[in-house]
Design a protein around this ligand. Structure first.
Ligand code: F0G
Length: 453
């Protein structure tokens, strides 16, 4: 049976069609960086799944319940109780989004020269760690860096490498993190067994362990489907166990919070929580709103309750798999198996004639826009520079926003691209940090020589 969208649509928002000529001009004006396009020039926006989803009727209803009291608002109490029920952590600190939680945690916990270990740090996570003069080190299993290798939990941490780092660099390592799902490695899940293994090593070496929990519910669904001992267990119970193994979590509620803005930092360490709250007051706001409106706290609380619904997660994960199947049928190489929130095209496999230094991901991103007004995101050498593990293009699917026919259209557009004709790009401007957001490019004059390794 086809797995249908488990909702009906109460409000619609028109999307805008453009001509190829209009898209060509828009792309040129944007410096060939789709981050610089006007959203109204985009037909299907797969730039990110962050804050772009559709809220439910219950969430819109909850907005009206928002208590905007500066201190001690009822909406905070509801938010705190929902987050605590899910995560079990003692201190629940709201923030305006995930990166604010990162900045506050890292500024409070890290010293210059420290090391943070993770499966793969997301770009803002890495940038916030490096901003403190610390090192962000990625320890994902080897399979996690090989796009075509199928493995049920490609987001797993390499536990031998983790133990080795804890042994040799023990003094410098100030915390261990794991990102669920592993966004930068293809939205790949981390198994419960692996999280238990990380916990055991952190206990042995006395290190705090934090979960970057943006997509915890999608991760929980994969655990239920792929981990033999977890078959049929409720996603919420699995998520609760994941959190119970950690000392704290950072969350962007713009993903599995099903909200358009928001995040939180949750932790057990009283002294660290105090330090974080002090910093929060300095830049985000009072600890019972953390840069959010009372109605945002309500929307997130309701979103966190909705996101663990098995019917929703079954449809969610199937959507990604469905699009991946269609792309593969059109001869386009994608990261296998498909992840939880996005399909990742393997740009270096699709464009073997464009070397990493000429940004094959940018070529694919720009071709998708020109061909059909689809906006996607390079996750490769532009985003990570020389530290890029792979040259990927992410088609991130906003939650509950697009229908199956939108996905059919995306696959059709991708299938029409003549990959052999695509050329590489050169940077004409690049800021020092997080350069993918505002970099500008020009197209290479002619097809480059194949890379010599
Ligand atoms: N951690 C991970 C794994 C993320 O994917 C993101 C954001 C963040 C932290 C930061 O959260 O945006 O609320 O400040 N990822 C978005 C994306 C931007 O497109 O993948 P934020």
């Amino acid at each position: 049976m086809v797995i249908i969208e488990p909702f009906r649509i109460k409000a619609v928002e028109p999307i805008q069609f453009t001509t190829r000529e209009e898209r060509k001009a828009a792309l040129r004006a944007a410096g060939f960086n789709v981050f610089m396009l006007r959203a109204k020039d985009v037909l299907i926006d797969l730039l990110t799944d962050s804050g772009t989803g559709a809220m439910s009727a219950a969430q819109w209803g909850a907005l009206m319940q928002g208590d905007e009291s500066y201190a001690g608002s009822r909406s905070f109490e509801r938010f705190e109780s929902v987050v605590r029920d899910l995560t079990g952590f003692r201190h629940i600190i709201p923030t305006h989004q995930g990166r604010a939680a990162e900045r506050i945690l890292f500024h409070s916990a890290l010293q210059p020269g420290d090391v943070v270990l993770n499966n793969i740090h997301f770009d803002t996570t890495r940038a916030n760690i490096e901003y403190e003069g610390a090192e962000a080190r990625d320890l994902v299993i080897a399979e996690g860096r090989q796009p075509s290798v199928v493995h049920p939990f490609k987001g797993n941490m390499d536990l031998a490498a983790l133990e080795n780092a804890l042994k040799t660099d023990g003094d410098r390592i100030s915390m261990v993190m794991v990102t669920v799902t592993n966004n930068s490695g293809g939205g790949q899940p981390v198994s419960l067994e692996n999280i238990r293994g990380i916990r055991a090593l952190c206990d042995r070496y006395r290190k705090p362990f934090f979960i970057d929990a943006c997509r915890f519910a999608e991760n929980a669904w994969f655990i239920r489907e792929r981990e033999a001992s977890q078959k049929g267990r409720s996603p919420k119970a699995i998520a609760q166990e994941m959190f119970s193994l950690a000392d704290g979590a950072l969350m962007s509620a713009k993903k599995d919070g099903l909200a358009n803005i928001g995040g939180f930092l949750a932790l057990n360490d009283d002294a660290l929580a105090q330090k974080c709250r002090n910093l929060l007051i300095l830049t985000e706001g009072f600890p019972t709103y953390g840069g959010l409106a009372g109605y945002d706290l309500e929307a997130i609380a309701t979103g966190l309750e909705e996101v663990v619904d098995p019917d929703y997660l079954r449809y969610r994960i199937r959507t990604i798999e469905y699009l991946a199947e269609k792309l593969v049928a059109a001869g386009i190489p994608v990261v296998q198996p498909p992840g939880g929130h996005a399909v990742y095209i393997d740009a270096s496999a699709w464009l073997p004639h464009v070397p990493a230094g000429e940004f094959p991901g940018v070529s694919v991103v720009n071709a998708l826009y020109l061909e059909g007004g689809i906006r996607s995101c390079e996750i490769g050498s532009v985003m990570f520079g020389e530290k890029a593990a792979m040259e990927l293009v992410r088609l991130a699917i906003p939650r509950r926003l697009y229908t199956q026919s939108h996905m059919d259209y995306v696959a059709e557009v991708a299938g029409k691209i003549d990959s052999h004709a695509l050329r590489g790009y050169a940077l004409t401007y690049a800021p020092v940090v997080l350069r993918h957001f505002t970099a500008r490019f020009e197209m290479k004059k002619k097809v480059a020589e194949p890379a010599r390794m």
